[in-house]
Design a protein around this ligand. Structure first.
Ligand SMILES: [Zn+2]
Length: 133
């Protein structure tokens, strides 16, 4: 994928700082209500555990909650998208359609936890006709 950036390293570094107490949980569990609404309604379950919920469960010594509460939401940004810039993409088909009908834009995949409000950028990549093939 063109322009692919993986933000997992940054995420791990941030979670490590929370584990050490250098950053407060409230400061990383600050998902915007609109992001949480999108995650609830159109988010894709990740089958991964929220790092902050896992930390809390470890500390409380309770079994891990296996519910699919960590979801990803994809946003698209770019001048070519005009009014659709900043828009949440609901389905893969919608993303493919945008890719065919616009020259260039960036997709940002954000993970958000429905339980604690943790949110972090997962990856970003370029889409559009200029990057096809
Ligand atoms: Zn969580």
């Amino acid at each position: 994928m063109r322009g692919f950036i993986d933000y997992r390293m940054a995420k791990r570094a941030l979670v490590r700082q929370v584990t050490r107490g250098a950053i407060a949980v409230e400061d990383v569990c600050d998902a915007h209500p609109e992001l949480l609404r999108a995650a609830q309604n159109v988010g894709t379950p990740t089958h991964r555990t929220c790092p902050i919920c896992r930390l809390a469960d470890d500390r409380a010594d309770v079994p891990l909650d296996e519910a699919e509460t960590l979801r990803t939401v994809t946003y698209v940004f770019g001048d070519d998208l005009r009014r659709l810039s900043g828009h949440v993409v609901w389905t893969r088909a919608e993303l493919d359609e945008l890719s065919r009908s616009h020259r260039s834009f960036t997709a940002y995949v954000v993970e958000a936890c429905l339980v604690c409000g943790w949110n972090h950028l997962v990856e970003s990549y370029l889409l559009g006709r200029a990057h096809a093939g």
